[in-house]
Design a protein around this ligand. Structure first.
Ligand SMILES: [Zn+2]
Length: 117
């Protein structure tokens, strides 16, 4: 399966990840962006925010309404870039349909959630 994506997706947030690393005992995904921003996303929060059709349904009424508390101890099994606009994350619970757009990751990192010690 090959899909082409345009670089215009990139321009929508104006930043691109330069580094990805797991910190805090592999419980936080830390992303360094090329605009100097560093976002820290707890994996449980990221897992609960999964926007795939399984987790969110095709309509809000079908959403599983996932909460970070359900994913204590979750880990990333694999992460791979999707074009230049997103990352495909495979989770330790076997969930592998989540695509996280760069925009989503960037904006999530700007919330209060990620700023807790
Ligand atoms: Zn999902």
């Amino acid at each position: 399966m090959t899909q082409e994506y345009t670089s215009r997706e990139h321009a929508s947030i104006g930043a691109f990840p330069e580094s990805l690393e797991l910190t805090d005992g592999d419980s936080v995904l830390q992303i360094g962006w090329d605009d100097g921003t560093v976002t820290r996303l707890p994996l449980s929060v990221l897992r609960a925010a999964c926007a795939c059709a399984v987790c969110q349904g095709h309509h809000p009424s079908q959403s599983l309404n996932l909460q970070p508390e359900q994913f204590a101890g979750i880990a990333i099994a694999d992460v791979a870039p999707v074009g230049r606009y997103a990352y495909h994350i495979v989770w330790s619970d076997g969930h592998d349909t989540g695509i996280y757009s760069l925009k989503m990751l960037y904006e999530m990192g700007g919330s209060d959630i990620a700023n807790n010690p």
